[in-house]
Write a protein that binds this ligand. Structure first.
Ligand code: ADA
Ligand code: CA
Ligand code: CA
Length: 317
């Protein structure tokens, strides 16, 4: 990486097991760079940009934990460090519904959040009428950059959670989704990490403005679409969704996107439960339209362009 531009010097592909540590190393000597995994050389390259700079670790469309990151400037042989003593992060089993530790009243209306709101696993309730009217107030209104975590949203749940900009919804559970569970209204990256939603009559996550919605470790139950890139909002945008480690049961569609606006949906580690007929649709494609009309459904399924997954990304349980 040099001044923001990335040059791939070498690449290697291999099978890995989740929940297992691997020792990665890069040895840089002059302009020669050698990479190894568990002590076995996997690639070598020459670069003129390696004389100085910093180290960095990155994943793309995947998550990993990095531990015992060491930089040895002594030169000579490939540095080695002892294996990590910590347990690797969980590889992601089926989530379980939490029980509430108490209650939070919405008698003063929507709760505005800037910074971090930690609900301590209490149940927050109630707002709206539980129906599909868009005029209901949200339960939480998150300012740009806010984090909402550890909360159970009871019913009726109005228009769910609004994110005015980038936001993080961590371990948030919707017991009965209102008009929708969360709406992404401006920003570049929105994260839904852990949590779950039941009974989203129509949609769970509603993406209205641009950016990428990242959903991981989420449990969707008895819902219409887990995610929809708005097909008829007042402004049209290219939108993206990345789903990893998703558990879904009785959910009709995981993602609905608008291919005419260049939307993409990526899926890894998707688990569909109790669907012997495999009727759950992973990725539905629409032709987005201006506000006031309804988008046409134009297809579904992996295509390598907009709907990005392969058969091995989906486990039918
Ligand atoms: C539907 C509706 C949109 C918008 C959206 C939302 O997709 O067609 O105009 O209201 O719901 O934000 O919930
Ligand atoms: Ca809505
Ligand atoms: Ca809606």
């Amino acid at each position: 990486m040099n001044s923001g531009s990335v040059t791939v010097l070498a690449s290697s592909s291999r099978t890995i097991a989740t929940g297992t540590w691997y020792s990665l190393s890069l040895a840089v000597s002059g302009s020669t760079i050698n990479g190894s995994v568990n002590g076995t050389a996997i690639g070598s390259a020459a670069s003129s940009v390696s004389a100085g700079g910093r180290v960095g670790l990155q994943t793309a469309y995947a998550s990993a934990g990095f531990d015992d990151v060491a930089v040895n400037t002594g030169g000579g042989s490939t540095p080695t460090t002892p294996p990590p003593t910590t347990t690797p992060p969980p590889s992601g089993g089926q989530p379980t519904w939490p029980s509430a530790t108490g209650s939070i009243s919405l008698s003063n209306g929507t709760i505005a959040v800037s910074g971090t709101y930690d609900g301590g696993m209490k149940r927050v309730c109630c707002i709206g009428d539980g129906g599909q009217s868009e005029s209901q107030d949200p339960v939480f209104d998150l300012a740009a950059g806010a984090t909402l975590k550890n909360v159970i949203i009871g019913a009726p749940a109005g228009d769910g959670v609004h994110c005015a900009g980038n936001c993080r919804l961590e371990n948030v559970w919707w017991e009965d989704v209102g008009e929708d569970a969360a709406t992404f209204l401006g920003g570049t990256n929105y994260y839904v990490v852990g949590g779950g939603a039941k009974s989203g009559t129509d949609k769970v996550f509603q993406h209205n403005r641009p950016g990428t919605v990242h959903i991981s470790g989420f449990y969707a139950q008895s819902s219409g679409k887990l995610y929809r890139a708005c097909g008829n909002c007042s402004s049209s945008y290219q939108r993206h969704v990345v789903m990893d480690n998703i558990w879904a049961t009785s959910t009709k569609v995981l993602a609905g996107i608008n291919t005419n606006w260049g939307d993409t949906a990526r899926f890894t580690n998707i688990n569909i439960l109790n669907d012997s007929s495999r009727s759950t649709v992973i990725c539905d494609k629409y032709k987005g339209v201006p506000k006031g009309s309804e988008p046409d459904h134009i297809g579904s399924g992996a295509d390598g362009v907009n709907c990005l997954y392969s058969a091995s990304d989906i486990t039918w349980r």
